[in-house]
Design a protein around this ligand. Structure first.
Ligand SMILES: [Zn+2]
Length: 313
């Protein structure tokens, strides 16, 4: 990811809907872009790695000149086995990114004119999976940490760990509990070892759970509660998250899907200052190509809840 040709494509990506429509008027234009993103040159055989192939089925399949294996345009990517034109996927990705707060499956169904809600829902989950950074640098300098509870009403509340760089990036993870071990797993994955941490002084934030990072406790005084907030960055992030879950997604989120929503929220939040929505779309496109396929069953059984805790718990 983020190879030189990706950066070139990223810079040249349409910045407005007008440019987008001019750039991707038909399937051929989308296919050309997709191939450049995936191979940046001749198609490479999935089976033997040979780079001489013949296009079949109007460019959806490529037969290897050496082993005759047929490589598909989308094999091994998040769009593997799709029967829908790339043009529709491109358009859906644009729609998802262009709405600053994201869209629901119902919105996508309406915009794309899908017959079934289930189709829209599975498209949204595939595209959302691409709307996450893969290689992520750890949070640095000054990092505030806290936990929040989301959900409720009919379903039980889920705990979310939040870490935010002062004036910078945010990370959120669906947490099983707030024991020292859980906090340590989160901190060690997301925060630089020498970052300065700030918390509200809850007992489980300590030398052990924060792996001896410098730690400042900001207990709110009564005066601060009235006038300001010692951990205001994080409290803002949490209130944005809650509003986003309620506003865009109507709060209707199964706990097992929560992590994928948190990832999308952080992705959007961390890119809110990126110039032009096109740049965000372009990065998500790279992920569509570089991330492995996902089946409907995998989406439904999304076990991503607490996924990194499974290693440490
Ligand atoms: Zn081959």
């Amino acid at each position: 990811m983020c190879e030189a040709h990706h950066d070139e494509l990223w810079l040249a990506f349409p910045k407005t809907i007008i440019e987008f429509e001019e750039r991707f008027p038909d399937e051929a234009a989308c296919r050309e872009y997709w191939m450049k993103l995936r191979w940046n040159g001749p198609v490479v055989c999935d089976s033997c790695g040979h780079d001489r192939t013949w296009a079949l089925k109007g460019g959806k399949l490529f037969e290897c000149a050496r082993c005759h294996y047929k490589t598909s345009l989308t094999s091994g990517t998040l769009l593997a086995r799709t029967r829908k034109p790339l043009r529709l996927w491109f358009r859906a990705m644009w729609e998802i990114c262009v709405h600053q707060n994201g869209i629901s499956a119902k919105d996508l169904q309406r915009i794309m004119g899908f017959g079934s809600y289930k189709t829209a829902w599975s498209w949204l989950h595939k595209l959302r999976r691409a709307c996450r950074g893969e290689k992520r640098a750890m949070l640095a300098t000054i990092v505030e940490l806290d936990e929040a509870f989301v959900g409720g009403k009919g379903s039980e509340k889920s705990m979310v760990f939040v870490a935010i760089e002062v004036g910078g990036r945010v990370r959120m993870v669906h947490a099983p509990n707030n024991t020292e071990a859980s906090i340590k797993a989160f901190a060690d994955k997301e925060i630089e070892p020498d970052a300065h941490t700030k918390t509200d002084g809850l007992a489980s934030y300590n030398e052990r759970s924060l792996s001896e990072r410098p730690h400042e406790v900001s207990v709110q005084t009564k005066a601060e509660k009235r006038t300001g907030d010692a951990l205001q960055n994080i409290h803002w992030a949490i209130s944005y998250l809650k509003r986003w879950l309620l506003g865009t997604h109507h709060g209707a989120i199964a706990p097992k899907h929560l992590q994928s929503y948190l990832d999308e929220f952080c992705f959007r939040r961390n890119r809110r200052k990126t110039k032009g929505v096109g740049r965000i779309v372009a990065r998500c496109m790279e992920n569509l190509v570089s991330q492995p396929p996902i089946t409907m069953r995998q989406i439904i059984n999304d076990t991503e809840k607490c996924r990194f805790f499974q290693i440490t718990a």
